[in-house]
Design a protein around this ligand. Structure first.
Ligand code: SF4
Ligand code: MSK
Length: 634
C-alpha cells in the first residue's frame, strides 16, 4: 500500500508518513483513489443521472449512444441539475453548521447554558444593529436572545431577502434583483434546488444554474456568514496570533488530542476541559508531561485563529496524523472527516471519538454533544484521551520533523485595524500599483493533485508578483507549513508587496480562517467596493481553489463568482459533458453577473490567469496597468 512511484505531497511530514504507510502496508486515501481508477467517465463529465427510478440514465458523450435520459432530459439539463444539487449539498452543510452555532447563541440568550458566554459584546451589538434590534439599555443576554431569534428567521421563508445583503454594494444587489438571484431564505434556496432538480420540474439549464447561484449566495451571504459572525460573538473575533503547523506539533512526551472537523462549539469546551487540574494530574500520573491539543482541518483553523492552537495538518493529513503513533484521541465533529480514520486507528492505539448525532462513524466511540452539558462532556472526552496514553507504544512513535512558525487571526476587523482603522492605506497601495490586487486562495486538498502543491505554487507565484493573498481552510494550512505566513515571508514577495508588508509587520499571505470564514473575504471585498463607491466585479480581485474536492467548495466557488469575483479551479468540475454549461460558466456568466470561472490544473498557469485578470480590472478602474497579454503563460 502507498507504494506509489510518483511523489504524492510536497510536505516533508507527509512524505515521511507515506513512506511509513508503504512499509507497514497501511491503506491511505491515495491507495483508495488508485483502486478506483479509471473512474467513471460519465460521472466525471456530469452525464449520469439517478434522480428517479426510471433511470439511472447516462448520456453518451461521443454522440453515438443515447442523447437523452428515459424522461427526455438531455446533457445540458442533467449536468446543470447535478451541479445545482452539489451546490445545495455544500450550502446545506455550511448553513446547518451556522444553525448549530446560532442555537448555542440562543441558549446563551435564554440563559439555559453556563458553558458559553458572549466573548465579543461589541460585535454582538454591531450585528444586532444590522438586524434592526435596539441595543440601548438592554443587557447582553437579551440582545443575544433577540439577535438569535431574528437570525433564525433568515433560515426560513418569511423574509424577502437575507439580512446580511445590506452589506452588499448597491449595484450588485440591483444586479441580483434584475437577474433573479437574490437569496431569500437560507434553507429555502437549497430546498428549492432539490425541488427544481426533481424529475419534471426545471428543465432549462440556464434557469437551473441561475438558481444554483442563488442557492450559493444563501450560503455565502447567509448560512456561512451566520456561522462566522456568531462564532466571533461567542468565541471572540480573531486577532493576529503566532502559532505553528505540521505534524511536528505533536509532542512525544505529552497526551496528544487532535480536534478535527469544522464546528468550534465542542472544541471550545475541550480547550477548557484540557486545563482541568484533575485531568492534568491524571496525565502526569500516566507518565505524560501534560495534555497537548492540536487542530486538523477547519476545527483546527477555528482554534488556531482565536487561540493560536497549533495545526497538525489539512485534509490529506488526517490519516497520516494517526500513523505517528502519538495520537491518543482524534475528536471529530463533522465535515471532511474520512470514514477511513476509524480503520487506520485500528492499527494504532488512537481512539476516534465522534460527537454529533448527525455524524456517527461506525467503529468509533460516540459521545453525543449537548451544549447544556458541554464542559462535563468535554472532560469525559479528554479523560478518554488521557487514560489512553498508557496504551501508547512508545517505540512505534514517529513524529516527523519540527513545526513551522505561522501567523493566524486575520479577521476583517484585524486587517482594518492593522491598516489604521480604514481600508484607505490598502486602496492607496493598490492605486499606486505596489499591490496589484488581491486573491483568495482557498479550499481543500484532493489526492488527484499533489498534496499542497497547488496551494503553495499558486500562492508563491502570486506574492512574487505583488498580489496580496488571503487564505482559508486547507490552503491556509498548506501555506503555513510552507513558511509563507510569517512576516519574514515578505522577503519572498515582489518589491511593492514586500514594502507594504514590512511597513505593517504582516505576512504577504493572510490567514482569514476556516471554510465558513470565506465570508470574511466577501465582507472585505464589499468593504473595498463600498469604500470606492463601485461594485465588487470592478475590483482587481480573484479567487482560486487549486485542490478543491468537496460540495462545500462548489458552493463557495459559486457564491464567490456570483458576488463578482473571477475564480480559477484547479480540479475539473463534472460539467464537461455539456458544452453549453461550460460556455455559460466559463465566460457567459461575465455578461450576466460580471464574473465567471476558469479551470486550470497547472498552478503556475493559474497564477498568470489571475494576474491577467487583475491587470484587466486595474485598467477598467483607470489605474496604472500592464497589458494582460504581455504576461506570458509558463
Ligand atoms: Fe433518467 Fe430522467 Fe430519471 Fe434522471 S430524471 S434518472 S434522466 S429518467
Ligand atoms: S476542511 S471543505 S477539505 S478546505 Fe474546511 Fe479543508 Fe475543504 Fe474540508
Amino acid at each position: 500500500m502507498s507504494g506509489h512511484d510518483k511523489e504524492l505531497s510536497i510536505a516533508e511530514d507527509a512524505k515521511k508518513m507515506l513512506r511509513l504507510a508503504a512499509e507497514e502496508n497501511i491503506e491511505t486515501v491515495w491507495d483508495r483513489l488508485h483502486a478506483q481508477e479509471p473512474q467513471c467517465g460519465y460521472c466525471s463529465l456530469g452525464l449520469s443521472c439517478r434522480n428517479c427510478a426510471m433511470g439511472p440514465c447516462r448520456i453518451d458523450p461521443f454522440g453515438e449512444g443515447p442523447q437523452k435520459g428515459v424522461c427526455g432530459a438531455d446533457a445540458d439539463v442533467i449536468v446543470a441539475r447535478n451541479l445545482a444539487r452539489a451546490i445545495a449539498a455544500g450550502a446545506s452543510a455550511h448553513s446547518d453548521h451556522g444553525r448549530d452555532i446560532l442555537e448555542a447563541l440562543y441558549h446563551v440568550g435564554r440563559g439555559d447554558t453556563e458553558v458559553y458566554r458572549i466573548s465579543d459584546e461589541d460585535k454582538l451589538k454591531t450585528i444586532a444593529g444590522e438586524y434592526g434590534i435596539e441595543t440601548e439599555n438592554k443587557d447582553v443576554q437579551t440582545i443575544a436572545r433577540e439577535l438569535a431569534w431574528e437570525m433564525m428567521e433568515d433560515f426560513g421563508t418569511r423574509k424577502e431577502e437575507l439580512t446580511f445583503l445590506k452589506r452588499v454594494p448597491a449595484p450588485r444587489r440591483e444586479l441580483w434583483k434584475k437577474v433573479g438571484v437574490t437569496p431569500r431564505g437560507i434553507d429555502r434556496e437549497s430546498v428549492e434546488t432539490l425541488h427544481r432538480t426533481h424529475m419534471g420540474v426545471d428543465n432549462d439549464y440556464v434557469n437551473i444554474l441561475l438558481h444554483g447561484l442563488r442557492t450559493s449566495l444563501s450560503d455565502g451571504w447567509g448560512g456561512s456568514m451566520v456561522a462566522t459572525e456568531v462564532s466571533d460573538i461567542l468565541f471572540g473575533t480573531p486577532k493576529p496570533v503566532a502559532s505553528k503547523a505540521n505534524l511536528g506539533v505533536l509532542k512525544p512526551d505529552m497526551v496528544n488530542i487532535a480536534l478535527h472537523g469544522h464546528n468550534p462549539i465542542l472544541s471550545d469546551v475541550i480547550v477548557r476541559a484540557a486545563k482541568d487540574p484533575d485531568l492534568q494530574k491524571l496525565a502526569e500520573e500516566q507518565g505524560a508531561k501534560g495534555i497537548n491539543l492540536v487542530g486538523l482541518c477547519c476545527t483546527g483553523n477555528e482554534l488556531q485563529m482565536r487561540l493560536g492552537i497549533p495545526m497538525a495538518g489539512n485534509h490529506l493529513m488526517q490519516e497520516l496524523a494517526i500513523m505517528t503513533g502519538a495520537l491518543e484521541a482524534m475528536l471529530v465533529d463533522y465535515q471532511c472527516i474520512m470514514p477511513a480514520v476509524v480503520e487506520v486507528a485500528k492499527c494504532f492505539h488512537t481512539r476516534i471519538i465522534s460527537t454529533f448525532d448527525k455524524a456517527k462513524f461506525t467503529g468509533a466511540t460516540h459521545i453525543p454533544f449537548d451544549p447544556a452539558r458541554g464542559l462535563e462532556i468535554g472532560k469525559e472526552i479528554v479523560r478518554i484521551g488521557v487514560e489512553n496514553y498508557a496504551n501508547r507504544i512508545h517505540e512505534r512513535v514517529m513524529i516527523p520533523g519540527t513545526p513551522t512558525e505561522m501567523m493566524a487571526g486575520f479577521s476583517v476587523e484585524a486587517i482594518v485595524g492593522a491598516l489604521g482603522g480604514s481600508p484607505a492605506p490598502l486602496v492607496d497601495a493598490i492605486k499606486a500599483g505596489k499591490i496589484r490586487g488581491a486573491a483568495g486562495v482557498v479550499g481543500c486538498n484532493n489526492p488527484k493533485i499533489k498534496h499542497d502543491y497547488g496551494h503553495v505554487t499558486l500562492t508563491r507565484s502570486l506574492i512574487e508578483n505583488d498580489v496580496l493573498v488571503v487564505v482559508t481552510g486547507c490552503s491556509a494550512v498548506a501555506n503555513g507549513k510552507a513558511g509563507l505566513m510569517v512576516p519574514e515571508a515578505a522577503d519572498l514577495a515582489g518589491s511593492g508587496l514586500r514594502e507594504i508588508c514590512k511597513a505593517l509587520g504582516i505576512p504577504p499571505v493572510l490567514h482569514l480562517g476556516s471554510c465558513v470564514d470565506n465570508t470574511r473575504i466577501l465582507v472585505l471585498a464589499a468593504a473595498l467596493a463600498n469604500f470606492l463607491g463601485t461594485d465588487i466585479d470592478r475590483l482587481p480581485l480573484a479567487g482560486a481553489a487549486p485542490e478543491w474536492y468537496s460540495e462545500k467548495a462548489v458552493s463557495i466557488g459559486a457564491y464567490v463568482v456570483a458576488s463578482g469575483i473571477y475564480t480559477v479551479l484547479g480540479v475539473q468540475p463534472p460539467i464537461f459533458g455539456s458544452p453549453n454549461v461550460v460556455k455559460l460558466l466559463a465566460g457567459g456568466l461575465d455578461d450576466v453577473i460580471g464574473a465567471s470561472f476558469a479551470v486550470e490544473p497547472d498552478p503556475e498557469k493559474a497564477a498568470v490567469l489571475i494576474r491577467r485578470h487583475i491587470e484587466k480590472k486595474r485598467a477598467g478602474l483607470g489605474l496604472p496597468s500592464v497589458d494582460p497579454e504581455s504576461i506570458p503563460l509558463p
